[in-house]
Design a binder for this molecule. Structure first.
Ligand code: DON
Length: 308
């Protein structure tokens, strides 16, 4: 089986490599625009702790919106189901940074994986603590999951996010106006910008996502991080909302829950089987890695991994 997985990864990477140069690197956060566009990495983490990698799988990149999955799990751990008073569970069908639905929907974002929803989720995770304390908790969580102390916030990216963060501040003020933030806007975006600026490699990210493939239990530490029903629900939200306006397309092509980030990373969960992280900075119009999605599509098809 392991030999087969190796073959599927190699085939998927060869097909993904044909996409290099076709996507656009995100440039609305200036620090992200500096990344070399033709990078391509793949890591598959299995429940027994083995990781199969290919390409640039050990190079750290900005995880960006992939962080939203982890802060969702952490917020559910901290405040439980009351999180759903602040954020919905419906796909948005619109851009990741869209503000339009917030007005007609009383400041409650559609789901925790769009920017507004992730900001509301982070607000609940803060729970009265300082920006530094919460940012440290998030980085610690990622380090422990990845089994690697090198996971860290890229402070240049965090600074760049804040300097160009008018849109995220607008979303936050808008939610605040509806009474849907419990902390000051600068505190909330302070944590949000830092979580997005965490730098990780495919190997680290695939290991970090493994608990979602294992009913909420981290097989590396043995800890039950979220209850099994919560892990299933996080996967359901990833499936329906993980790629904004192209979530349906991703589900159609890949058939697994996933979450993309504008740094070019995608985390994909195969329940019971493993966790996959891919990275290639060239994005499609909705902000999902072009080559990364192709790699996942071909790997999932060849391995026969699907939730359907
Ligand atoms: O808030 C932002 O716009 C970025 N820090 C994250 C956006 C993102 O990754 C959307 N994903 N495709």
């Amino acid at each position: 089986m392991t030999d087969d997985l190796r073959i599927y990864i190699d085939e998927a990477m060869a097909l993904a490599a044909e996409q290099l140069g076709k996507g656009r690197v995100a440039d609305y956060i200036p620090a992200l625009a500096k990344v070399e566009p033709n990078k391509l990495g793949f890591a598959l983490a299995l429940p027994d702790g083995t990781v199969h990698t290919s390409g640039d799988a050990d190079e750290a990149f900005s995880i960006q919106s992939v962080s939203k999955v982890f802060t969702l799990a952490m917020a559910l751990r901290r405040v439980g189901s009351s999180l759903w008073d602040s954020v919905g569970r419906e796909p948005s069908g619109s851009a990741f940074n869209s503000i339009v639905q917030l007005e007609s929907e009383h400041g409650i974002p559609r789901n925790p994986l769009i920017n507004a929803g992730a900001i509301a989720t982070t607000d609940r995770l803060i729970d009265g603590r300082s920006v530094d304390a919460v940012a440290e908790e998030i980085v610690d969580f990622m380090r422990t999951r990845a089994g690697d102390d090198r996971v860290a916030i890229d402070l240049d990216v965090a600074m760049s996010e804040s300097e160009t963060g008018a849109r995220n501040r607008s979303l936050s003020h808008f939610m605040d106006a509806f009474g849907n933030l419990k902390h000051p806007v600068e505190t909330v975006v302070g944590v949000y910008f830092r979580q997005c600026a965490i730098a990780m490699s495919c190997r680290q990210l695939a290991k970090a996502g493994l608990f979602l493939a294992m009913e909420g239990r981290d097989p590396l530490t043995g800890e039950q991080l979220v209850e099994p029903h919560r892990a299933r629900r996080i996967n359901a939200i990833m499936m329906l909302c993980g790629h904004y306006g192209n979530s349906g397309e991703f589900a159609f092509r890949v058939g697994l829950p996933g979450k993309s980030g504008v740094g070019g990373g995608i985390l994909c969960i195969a329940p019971g089987q493993g966790s996959i992280a891919v990275w290639s900075p060239g994005l499609n119009e909705a902000g999902t890695s072009l080559a990364g999605a192709v790699a996942l599509e071909h790997f999932a098809y060849a391995a026969g991994w699907s939730v359907f």
